[in-house]
Design a binder for this molecule. Structure first.
Ligand SMILES: [Zn+2]
Length: 274
């Protein structure tokens, strides 16, 4: 059966033979693994629309949930991200993350169309902003991670302190594993009562407790990232590199602890970050 779909080439990899494979992130079909027959021969006519970070329209032959590339055309390419190591590393990580969170068409559990469509739109938006360089990469990364976590059902509750309900604490902590906010005053009381410290440790139930400090402006950024309209998610600033780094650390730690995994591309991004 022939199908056509829009899609973003999120990953390109070779098999043991002469075939090449791409992960295509589509608006309505989730993530497809597509075989490019003899793709390692590098025929120029195929290469343009199968390059990494290319968004296009693809004609696929489908049989038993396997896909072979028939034809394609480029709508927009972000391939020039590959000329900047740091940009390429971040784009690769965000693509990996989206692939991880987008079901293969097989094994659909939730509504793949709606969720993968929203994730793909956010990914394209992020690639565009990384490409233009108009926003610090730590902000793009952090917003993406927080919203991806929320889409996966792990949105932290940051309206106010979970214990005293203070809505505007000057200093607070994100309680990562419980997905809640604890203000510094309440945490001080807990420390006195239970001898807890503000770093990772085992609590009395043997569960990991990870508390990440949030200044009021980083808390505001977390709230903005989670609550903003889709088109405006990157439209905020933090006052300096230190706050941007704190925001990025909160987002990354929160997401990775809920996904319970890491990413090689994320390690690579950290190794080349300027
Ligand atoms: Zn409190």
């Amino acid at each position: 059966m022939l199908i056509t779909t829009d899609g973003l080439v999120a990953r390109v990899f070779d098999g043991s033979g002469t075939d090449r494979y791409i992960h295509l992130l589509t608006p309505t079909r989730g993530r497809l693994t597509v075989t490019i027959k003899n793709g390692q021969s590098g025929r120029a006519s195929i290469a343009s629309y199968t390059q990494l970070f290319t968004y296009g329209n693809y004609e696929l032959y489908e049989k038993n949930k396997r896909y072979w590339l028939r034809n394609g055309s480029v709508a927009h390419t972000f391939y020039n991200l590959t000329t900047d190591l740091e940009k390429m590393a971040l784009a690769s990580y965000l693509c990996d993350l989206t692939c991880e969170m987008t079901n293969d068409e097989e094994g659909e559990e939730t509504d793949p169309a709606e969720e993968s469509g929203a994730l793909l739109r956010m990914l394209l938006n992020a690639l565009y902003v990384i490409h233009t360089g108009e926003k610090p990469m730590s902000i793009v990364k952090g917003v993406f991670e927080l919203r991806a976590a929320a889409m996966a059902g792990y949105a932290p509750s940051v309206v106010g302190c979970a214990l005293c309900h203070e809505g505007h604490p000057a200093e607070s902590y994100l309680d990562v594993m419980n997905g809640r906010l604890i203000c510094a005053d309440c945490q001080t009381k807990r420390n006195r009562a239970g001898g807890m410290i503000t770093q990772m440790q085992d609590n009395e139930l043997g569960e990991r407790s990870i508390l990440l400090p949030l200044s009021s402006s980083v808390l505001a950024a977390v709230r903005y990232a989670l609550g903003a309209q889709e088109k405006k998610i990157f439209s905020f600033t933090l006052k300096d590199k230190g706050e941007e780094a704190a925001f990025a650390k909160v987002a990354e730690t929160f997401l990775l602890n809920h996904l319970e995994r890491g990413f090689d591309t994320l390690d690579f991004y950290h190794s080349v970050k300027k």
